[in-house]
Design a protein around this ligand. Sequence first.
Ligand SMILES: [Cu+2]
Length: 288
Amino acid sequence: MHNPNRHFLRRAALAGAAFLPILLFAGLAAAQVEGQPAPGGVGLPATVTEVGRETQQFYNVVLLPVISFIALSVLGLLVYVAWRFNESANPVPSKLTHHTGLEIAWTLVPVLILVFIAIPSFRLLAHQVEIPPAKITIKVTGNQWYWSYKYPEDQGGGFGFDQVMKQEADLQPGDVRLLSVDNEAVVPVNEVVKLQITASDVIHSFTIPAFSIRMDAVPGRLNETWFKAEKEGIYYGQCSKICGKDHAFMPAAIRVVSWEKYQEWLEDAKKKFAGAESRQRFAAAANQ
Ligand SMILES: [Cu+2]
């Protein structure tokens, strides 16, 4: 029998489908501040690397539409079943228990969806994991509760320093509460930077959202990741693995500058951090 309610359901589903893109891309339209969170920000943070753009495209164009479509379809199906097959609408239920065609369909369709997701996913993974020849290598060590950095000597460095969050009383104009640090790590723009990441005490996780990097810092292990920032500026991140009482207060800050400025900073830093005992080494000595 023809049922007018069916038209209503179809129209509701169509309206939902029309709203979907608006919901999905509203976040992209919201103004984003690069390198730090912005009030009212929705969606993924602004990115300044190619891998970041690829990651966000994968998320916004593939994952979010697929998961939204699946969630809405399942919701629609549930509503339809509850309305169409409740006891009063359908007093004599069907005795059907097997349907070969249906069973093949609901096995095959999810497999095809997964294959559709897997292809761009593996391409992105390869891009993230395969580190191109790097101009700069920096060793980053997670400590309770700050990061320390080492710039190797053969690249003009030969020094290391600790990066500790600025306390509220020390904040200068332009600083960001809970993100600004005493010593920013500096890297040149448009160069491949390789990070070697480890930890001295417990597991931490080094994360800079604007570069789309997150890598666990594990004691006794040297993990690697890379980025190539395409824009100068200051980029913040936070430790992303619960690591103890001050987990929320160990931000990471990387400043991206021109090649010339980077060379100047190297010269200054060599003097500034010359012979500077890392807190970490100090602690290790004290434990002996
Ligand atoms: Cu941590």
